[in-house]
Design a protein around this ligand. Structure first.
Ligand SMILES: Nc1ncnc2c1ncn2[C@@H]1O[C@H](COP(=O)(O)OS(=O)(=O)O)[C@@H](OP(=O)(O)O)[C@H]1O
Length: 221
């Protein structure tokens, strides 16, 4: 896929126009929530959680539960991609929406300066203790959970186990023809290592250490 650089990040050319338009004309209102995430870092989960919390909606019809249709990160390419090449691109940052590390660090440092405006969540922590992270998210969104029971309900409604088993996610697909089921896979922290050889794993770990060094951002590897 052809990608081009705009403002330090790589996009497929068709998306640069959208990014430019968004950047030049979007004015955030007080109630607007922007969900920023790198691909495959838990976007779908967080989107479901935010909508559930913001609408305090415990009665969304099942077929509206898949909250992914307008996600700009989707693309229809299902071709297998050589792993070696993908790891190289990831580490050098020359990949769709890359560089990943600079993307993360940008939000991390801003979240340190303005924690009331930017909430930085980690997938690993959400998996480890979903209730605490969702409680934090509720507070951040100005919708603190008053009852433990409501918090537990939201955590369950948005759980991988439940979403993956909804009919719409078992058999439906989004506009680009990507099956909904592909957004609800394993959800296992560290599973990526099962797909790479030791050399590739080491390369990613070393790059991560180097990039996040001195940032104060702690991470699991
Ligand atoms: N509800 C819920 N709970 C926990 N984990 C979940 C949930 N929904 C999706 N997932 C896992 O998130 C991974 C997909 O990330 P994204 O939604 O960011 O993908 S995408 O970029 O929007 O395509 C993908 O991770 P992997 O299983 O490692 O592929 C999904 O399984």
């Amino acid at each position: 896929m052809e990608i081009r650089k705009w403002k330090g990040f790589w996009f497929e050319p068709g998306l640069i126009k959208c990014a430019m338009k968004f950047s030049s004309s979007f004015q955030a209102g007080n109630d607007d929530v922007l969900l920023a995430s790198a691909p495959k870092t838990g976007t779908t989960w967080l989107k479901a959680l935010c909508l559930c919390i913001l609408h305090q909606n415990h009665n969304i019809p099942e077929n509206e539960d898949l909250l992914t249709q307008d996600n700009p990160q989707f693309h229809g390419n299902q071709e297998p991609y050589p792993l070696e090449k993908a790891v190289d691109e990831f580490c050098t940052g020359v990949h769709q929406y890359g560089p990943y590390f600079e993307n993360v660090l940008g939000y991390w440092s801003e979240s340190q300066k303005r924690p009331e405006k930017i909430l930085f969540l980690k997938y690993e922590e959400m998996i480890k203790d979903p209730k605490e992270q969702v409680r934090k998210l509720g507070l951040f969104l100005g919708k603190p959970f008053e009852k433990e029971e409501d918090l537990e309900k939201v955590v369950w409604r948005c759980s991988l186990e439940r979403l993956r088993n909804l009919e719409v996610n078992k058999n439906g697909s989004v506009i680009y023809g990507v099956p909904n089921g592909s957004y609800f896979r394993k959800g296992i922290v560290g599973d990526w290592k099962n797909y790479l050889n030791l050399e590739m794993e080491d390369r990613i770990n070393q790059t991560t250490l180097l990039k996040f060094k001195d940032s104060g951002l702690e991470f699991e590897n």
